[in-house]
Every structure is written in structure tokens, then in C-alpha cells.
Design a protein around this ligand. Structure first.
Ligand code: URA
Length: 222
């Protein structure tokens, strides 16, 4: 039997055992039962019912871009346009994001873009802790497979997800943080920049920092 299939069967069996009350320590790893193959991961995510957002979503927004990139961008959750199109950052915030990338000579095809949540919260409300909990394995696994060198964390939810930091952005901006050895550049969410023009200068500094790291690391993955 193919290794992947065997793994799926074993994990399903263990999961059933766990649901019957047995404890397995390794189930504390939230991504353990997710496939290592990116396409399979996407397919599994697209039929996900781990939280109640599946009831209201039109599409799962798994992520998009260059899976070989050394730079990943992580946002919060899909909005209405993203939910309709099934792609991240295609609304007003997305237009700004495209311009921000252009300002550092990158296109959306140069990077991989994903969100903390893969389904739209109704009325674009903040993600609930239990939704993040249910969804986190997908993003952890995406990061593991893509294996970027740098992550641009867009806004407080992405920053908290990756670093557990939940204080003011102003206190950590312009610092490089780390997630499992990957450089994390914390910056403003583009949607916030639309309403706070005064944050654009800081955002530009963060983008230049991300670009500098991108050039330092080079385009070849180690
Ligand atoms: N805001 C996000 O955080 N992600 C999107 O995909 C769109 C808007």
C-alpha cells in the first residue's frame, strides 16, 4: 500500500480511538493528521468542517502564489470578495497589497499569500479563538511545506499566530521576530492602512526591511 494512504488510514484509526477516549500525546501537534502534499492539503482544506464557518462560506480561501518563494505573506481572514473568488486579498486591501509589493519590486507571483483563517467570518468580524484553533493546522502545514525564509505578517492576528505577541504593533515594528527559525517581519494590515494614512511611513520601512532580507537570503532556497 502507498505510504501516504497507509498514513491516512493509521491516523484515521488513531483519531477514532482518540474520539473514544484514548489519549495520544502526539495529537497535541495540530498538523499531525494533515497531508504533507500541498495539493492534498488544499483539497482537504477545501472540504473542511472543523469549525462552523463552513456553513456560511462560499469558498475556502486556501492561499495563492509561488510555492517555491522564500517570502510568504500572511493576513487575517478572507473578506467578502475573497470569499466569492476563493483567492486571498482580491478586495480593496488586496489592491493596496499589490501596490505595496510593487513598491519593493515584487509581484504577487513572486510570493505566496495565505491567511490565518481560510473561511470568511460573517460580516468580516474578528476571527474567534476557536476558529483559529480549528484552522491553525492548515497554515502551520502550509508554512512547513513552503518553507519560506521570511514571512511578512500582516496585522495583529498574523503576528499573534506566528509569535504569540499580542501587544501594540508600534512596540515591535521594525524588529525581526522568529517563527521556527523563519524571519518574521511584523507590519500593518493593508486594510488598516486604508484608514490610517499616518501608518504608511512605518509600513514602507517594514516593506524595505522585508526586501532587504529577501535580497540577503537570495532567491535560492537552502
Ligand atoms: N484581509 C485579509 O486579511 N485577508 C484577505 O485575504 C483579505 C482581506
Amino acid at each position: 500500500m502507498e505510504k501516504g494512504k497507509l498514513k491516512t488510514l493509521v491516523l484515521r484509526y488513531l483519531k477514532e480511538e482518540q474520539m473514544l477516549g484514548k489519549e495520544f500525546l502526539f495529537f497535541n501537534r495540530e498538523d499531525i493528521d494533515l497531508p504533507d502534499d500541498f495539493k492534498e492539503l488544499q483539497l482537504q482544506c477545501e472540504s473542511c468542517k472543523r469549525c462552523s464557518l463552513f456553513k456560511t462560506r462560499r469558498n475556502v480561501v486556501f492561499g495563492k502564489g509561488n510555492k517555491n518563494s522564500i517570502l510568504m505573506l500572511i493576513g487575517e481572514a478572507p473578506g467578502e470578495k475573497e470569499d466569492i473568488r476563493g483567492e486571498p486579498f482580491v478586495g480593496a486591501a488586496g489592491e493596496l497589497l499589490t501596490k505595496m509589493l510593487k513598491a519593493i519590486n515584487l509581484t504577487r507571483d513572486d510570493v505566496y499569500i495565505a491567511n490565518v483563517l481560510k473561511c470568511r467570518p460573517p460580516q468580516n468580524r474578528d476571527p474567534k479563538p476557536e476558529e483559529i484553533e480549528a484552522c491553525k493546522g492548515y497554515l502551520f502545514k502550509q508554512i512547513e511545506i513552503i518553507n519560506p525564509k521570511i514571512i511578512l505578517a500582516l496585522g495583529r492576528h498574523a503576528i499573534k499566530f506566528l509569535t504569540d505577541y499580542s501587544g501594540p504593533l508600534s512596540a515591535i515594528r521594525s524588529n525581526v521576530l522568529y517563527y521556527k527559525g523563519i524571519k518574521v517581519v511584523p507590519t500593518y494590515h493593508p486594510a488598516a492602512l486604508i484608514y490610517h494614512q499616518e501608518w504608511k511611513r512605518g509600513s514602507w520601512e517594514d516593506l524595505k526591511l522585508a526586501r532587504r532580507l529577501y535580497d540577503e537570503v537570495g532567491t535560492q532556497k537552502g
